[in-house]
Design a protein around this ligand. Structure first.
Ligand code: ZN
Length: 151
């Protein structure tokens, strides 16, 4: 989403609101470059987005499913509902920006992990162990070490 002040291409979503029918999403964004805020109105295409699963089968994108998946990883962790909604909002925003009509569960999984990593390490590891099939125990260990070295 291009900043209308400086033309920079990346922005953070500060706030997301939906119209009553859920078809139009209004987002308040902050430019990562000049830090000015602007508003975008995006038409959601929830019924046209298809998710390609790892076995090759295709299903309709479900926001509820995504919320459930993220919530499960955050169980008993200090991550409230609002933060989980924000994670899902930000993923939906990215998909909308990319103008995709198909997306693989793998890419969605990566997007979730990217965001959980910043939010809660335990939730991140839980999610990662389910969604990313670590090739072997060593790559799992490496990931752990990588996490620890970031602290
Ligand atoms: Zn800007």
């Amino acid at each position: 989403m291009k900043c209308c002040f400086c033309g920079n291409n990346s922005s953070n979503v500060v706030e997301t609101r939906r119209t009553d029918d859920g078809q139009i999403v209004r987002r308040r964004r902050e430019c990562k470059s000049c830090e000015k805020r602007f508003t975008t109105y995006e038409a959601m295409k929830p019924y046209s987005l298809e998710v390609i699963k790892s076995d090759g089968s295709v299903e309709k994108f479900s926001r509820d499913k995504l919320v459930k998946g993220v919530s499960k990883a955050c169980e008993k962790r200090p991550v409230d509902k609002k933060k989980i909604e924000n994670v899902v909002d930000s993923i939906e925003a990215t998909i909308t920006e990319d103008n995709r009509d198909k997306i693989s569960t793998e890419i969605i999984g990566e997007m979730v992990m990217e965001r959980l990593k910043e939010l809660d390490e335990v939730a991140y590891m839980r999610f990662a162990s389910v969604y990313r099939s670590f090739e072997d125990i060593n790559s799992f260990k490496k990931e752990l070490e990588h996490l620890n070295s970031e602290n």
